[in-house]
Design a protein around this ligand. Structure first.
Ligand SMILES: Nc1nc2c(c(=O)[nH]1)N[C@H]1C(S)=C(S)[C@@H](COP(=O)(O)OP(=O)(O)OC[C@H]3O[C@@H](n4cnc5c(N)ncnc54)[C@H](O)[C@@H]3O)O[C@H]1N2
Ligand code: MOO
Length: 403
């Protein structure tokens, strides 16, 4: 039998947009995160749980920076042998030179590298076309870092460059934050998961959009479920989810079958954000769910409005800052640009506008209605227009779009 929904008004104690974003970050930062030690390739996209400290001097030995000759003392030199990369060379006595390759270890006693194009070898004698000063074209041991030196702080995102640096200084594994688990619940009887939309039927656009976006934002997605417009089914879906972050779409407003507020009240959830002064997306919400096991970690629910661009606004405002904090990432300083012309705003609410980025500044795109994705699909950012709008040449914040 279908459970009757208790009457819970969508209270919508609307907060300013910057405050909502901060609340989401704070909620995630309060939650302790377990760590995992993973092989380098698996650490990609995670966050460092500990500072990255050099395990060795870099370079680990005095290295030839150019192809040519390692020389000891001033020239001309007597020439003997050669050193290739990967070998351990014997010492070089004063007045001697030996052929050397870029990346090879400098022989003990060598004072510089003479580039091939700067020297002339005749038989066993090497002359310089201009004497190399001491240390010329040598990368001295420890030039980039010393063993034990901190290279990156905890909280740094692990991208390909961090993997390269970690490998260069001797890491096989990295200690990273475990990814927060997430589940996506797509609400709405009118939605269909395949084929053409028809009379009264709407294709679920948010499942395909949010799944990869949340994953790219650091979540380990446990699954996506379609939930019918039924109070009991929604309540049970919330109670049954084990995810640390439950993301719902739709049912945030006060329509006849918008059961999200009622279901949250029934599960004992605490609303942290209930309505935000932003267009689109104002009915978005953030709640703290009771732990799925007594004493377990805090869980959260992000309620995204059903209108697709409003859901995108909810994602950048609440879901991404929450996932960022849960992933242990340091707050990013943000991206900014200068506006070309005036950008009109809402009198009291922040506007989030899909824009293209041009040399002159961000340019608003057409088809930016709350139910539309056509503008967003061309957008390179969402521009943040504070209440009242922005005059030309203003600094404007840019938020990420799904990529
Ligand atoms: N009386 C009022 N009505 C509404 C208000 C309001 O302030 N007073 N706010 C409007 C705004 S703004 C939004 S946004 C929506 C939010 O509604 P819900 O979160 O309850 O979402 P639904 O009613 O379930 O759906 C709204 C709309 O979006 C379509 N939808 C839903 N899910 C999907 C999906 N996965 N893929 C594509 N499209 C989806 C749905 O079919 C509806 O057209 O409320 C307004 N109403
Ligand atoms: O917040 Mo609703 O976002 O505009 O359509």
């Amino acid at each position: 039998m279908t459970a009757a929904a208790p009457t819970v008004p969508a209270a919508h104690t609307t907060v300013p947009w910057p405050q909502a974003r901060r609340a989401a970050r704070r909620a995630g930062a309060r939650t302790g995160r377990p760590t995992a030690e993973l092989p380098l390739a698996e650490a990609l996209g995670r966050t460092l749980a500990e500072p990255l400290t050099a395990l060795t001097d870099l370079p680990a030995f005095d290295t030839a920076a150019m192809d040519g000759w390692a020389v000891a003392g001033p020239g001309p030199w007597r020439l003997a042998g050669r050193v290739l990369a990967g070998r351990t060379p014997p010492p070089l006595a004063d007045g001697w030179a030996t052929g050397i390759a870029t990346g090879a270890q400098l022989p003990p006693g060598a004072t510089a590298v003479l580039r091939r194009e700067h020297g002339e070898a005749r038989g066993e004698v090497l002359r310089a076309l201009g004497d190399p000063g001491p240390g010329q074209d040598v990368r001295p041991r420890g030039q980039e870092c010393r063993r034990g030196e901190q290279l990156l702080p905890a909280g740094s995102a692990v991208g390909p460059a961090v993997l390269g640096l970690a490998a260069a200084c001797g890491y096989d594994r990295l200690t990273v934050r475990r990814r927060p688990t997430a589940e996506l619940l797509v609400l709405g009887d009118e939605l269909c998961g395949s084929g053409l939309p028809g009379p009264g039927r709407v294709r679920d656009a948010l499942g395909p959009l949010l799944e990869p976006w949340l994953t790219a934002a650091g979540a380990e997605l446990l699954g996506r479920r379609a939930v019918r417009d039924d109070f009991g089914l929604l309540r049970d879906a919330l109670l049954g989810s084990t995810a640390e972050v439950v993301v719902t779409t739709g049912a945030t407003a006060a329509g006849p079958v918008d059961f999200l507020h009622a279901a949250l009240a029934e599960t004992g959830a605490r609303l942290l954000v209930d309505g935000v002064a932003v267009r689109p997306g104002h009915p978005m919400l953030l709640a703290e769910l009771p732990p799925s096991t007594p004493g377990g970690p805090a869980r959260h629910l992000v309620g995204l409005p059903g209108n697709p661009l409003a859901a995108v606004a909810g994602t950048v405002t609440l879901a991404l800052p929450l996932l960022d904090a849960l992933s242990g990432r340091q707050p990013s300083p943000g991206r900014y640009a200068r506006t070309a012309g005036d950008l009109p705003g809402h009198p009291t609410q922040t506007r989030l506008l899909p824009v293209r980025l041009t040399e002159d500044g961000p340019l608003p795109l057409a088809f930016d209605g709350p139910a539309m994705l056509r503008g967003l699909a061309l957008a390179e950012a969402l521009a943040v227009i504070p209440p009242g709008g922005l005059p030309a040449r203003s600094r404007i914040e840019l938020l990420p779009v799904p990529a």
